[in-house]
Design a protein around this ligand. Structure first.
Ligand SMILES: C[S@@+](CC[C@H](N)C(=O)[O-])C[C@H]1O[C@@H](n2cnc3c(N)ncnc32)[C@H](O)[C@@H]1O
Length: 246
């Protein structure tokens, strides 16, 4: 089975800087509460898997003294991070977060790390988590947003659109249990907390791309998040800190 991640090219044509994602608002809200941030606060933040910088742009608009950086594996996405940013350039790093040789080139650490929509790409979530945590200062927090199974089952997913004739399978929707993440982090001296994400807007099904997220309204009016894979996406924000640091 050939596994490839090709789906991220769609970010090149998205306008998330103008229309921030609901998850960006949710993540910023949690960071603001945890670090008691004000508009003039000084802090440093790295976004791992930052695509064209939509979350970084959201933070840049809100916090004029923040020192912002972004990592991605696709140079064409990183090239657009500073689009629309007049001054205070955002630092970008072309890094493979799953590869320690690549990550270890970075000799810097950040107080706040965000890794959103990235962990589910990798079957070996452990290496990616440890690589990402190596970029965080000991008193800092890594915020991992994504799909986590609230039930104690780890699920690996590969998907292929029917018209794709090659044996190329897309990854990105793995659903590791909250329990496995918690136990793994504890073994390595970290503690974590999961905050569930509720999507309060409706997203219509994208008829051209069955892998894009859409919502289904439940009888209690809660939105179920799914895509063409036909599995429920339980999104949550996993906040990771070193044990002994509040
Ligand atoms: C699903 S997108 C998530 C984008 C954004 N963080 C969000 O939450 O909407 C995954 C991002 O991770 C990047 N990515 C994929 N594999 C990576 C790797 N091995 N190292 C660094 N970034 C990677 C992709 O290029 C893409 O920008």
């Amino acid at each position: 089975m050939n596994i490839k991640r090709t789906h991220d090219k769609f970010y090149l044509n998205e306008t998330y800087k103008k229309n921030p994602k609901e998850q960006s608002k949710f993540i910023e809200n949690e960071i603001r509460k945890d670090f008691n941030l004000q508009a003039e606060s000084k802090f440093d933040l790295i976004d791992i898997g930052c695509e064209t910088g939509s979350f970084l742009y959201y933070m840049w608009n809100k916090y004029k003294n923040a020192e912002l950086s972004g990592i991605d594996i696709m140079p064409e996405l990183l090239n657009k991070v500073n689009d629309g940013i007049a001054e205070r350039n955002i630092d970008t790093y072309l890094i493979d977060i799953s590869d320690w040789d690549s990550v270890s080139v970075i000799k810097k650490q950040w107080k706040i790390g965000v890794m959103s929509g990235v962990l589910s790409i990798f079957d070996d979530y452990r290496t990616v988590l440890l690589n990402a945590l190596s970029l965080i200062k000991k008193e800092g927090t890594l915020y991992v947003f994504g799909i986590f199974n609230p039930k104690n089952v780890d699920v690996l997913i590969k998907a292929k659109k029917s018209e794709e004739k090659e044996d190329v399978w897309e990854s990105g929707w793995n659903c590791i249990s909250q329990k496995s993440i918690q136990l793994f982090l504890e073994e390595h001296g970290y503690i974590c907390e999961f905050v569930p994400f509720h999507l309060n807007i409706d997203i219509e099904e994208n008829k051209d791309d069955p892998l894009r997220t859409f919502t289904i309204k439940m009888v209690d009016k809660e939105n179920l998040i799914v895509n063409g894979i036909q599995l429920i996406h339980n999104f949550a924000l996993c906040k990771i800190k070193r044990e002994g640091f509040k």
